[in-house]
Design a protein around this ligand. Structure first.
Ligand code: DX5
Ligand code: ZN
Length: 214
């Protein structure tokens, strides 16, 4: 299992130390939640926040854009070190064009959907993306409760992948803990994003190692 700590729950006054710590415990990706106050009712991180982390850690920078106009901003996020740029299906009018645009900038491409969006709407794009990010909470805030409706979406993506030999990884984001992680794994998830569960844990090492062992 690949584990992606979400820095939204880290202590921003000590960001490099926080990130190095989770890397030393075996984290695989660094999940970076970008919110613009329009697509979601919260404002978080821009490219300048993580630019200087690049090169100081070996984690894959997994940038989750919860913003309107992702094409307008993608270049800045990639220049600052994003390895994967994930945009929201609901935020764009031309999904295929957005995928091509991000890929041509040299990054891997992910697509994400809100909990209420039908996963079948992604069908025609599944062959063209590297990641499908299933939101298991309403995007906007960490610390929410896992929505079990995400499990059916993960199962659908897992079946589609097997039937069609697609190469995307299935990532799940929101409310992951030791119980919900098991459910997500059984449904077919490849990457677990976890904010609160890792950064607010009394024992972060045990939290990460527990998820990785699944
Ligand atoms: C929510 C973000 C998540 C969030 C996860 O909109 O996309 O990545 O940080 O936080 P937890 O793990 O606390 O639900
Ligand atoms: Zn996220």
């Amino acid at each position: 299992m690949l584990v992606a700590p979400s820095i939204l729950s880290a202590d921003f006054s000590q960001l490099l130390t926080e990130v190095k710590e989770v890397e030393s415990y075996g984290a695989d990706l660094l999940h970076i939640d970008v919110m613009d106050g329009h697509f979601v009712p919260n404002i978080t991180i821009g490219p300048d926040v993580y630019r200087n982390l690049k090169g100081q850690v070996n984690l894959v920078f997994d940038v989750h854009l919860m913003i309107e106009r992702p094409m307008f901003f993608a270049k800045q996020f990639i220049k600052a070190g994003a390895d994967i740029v994930t945009f929201h299906y609901e935020a764009v009018s031309d999904v295929a064009k957005t995928i091509r645009f991000i890929r041509n900038l040299g990054s891997k491409v992910g697509i994400s959907i809100r909990p209420k969006t039908d996963i079948v709407l992604l069908e025609e794009y599944l062959d063209d993306v590297d990641i499908v990010l299933v939101m298991s909470v309403e995007p906007g805030f960490s610390g929410q409760t896992f929505m079990e409706s995400a499990l059916d979406k993960i199962r659908y993506l897992s079946d589609m992948k097997k039937q069609n030999n697609y190469h995307y990884l299935i990532e799940v984001d929101g409310g992951i803990n030791e119980q919900t992680a098991v459910m997500a794994k059984e449904a077919g998830a490849d990457i677990l994003v976890a904010g609160t569960y890792i950064f607010k844990a009394a024992d972060r090492k045990a939290a990460i190692e527990g998820l990785k062992k699944l």
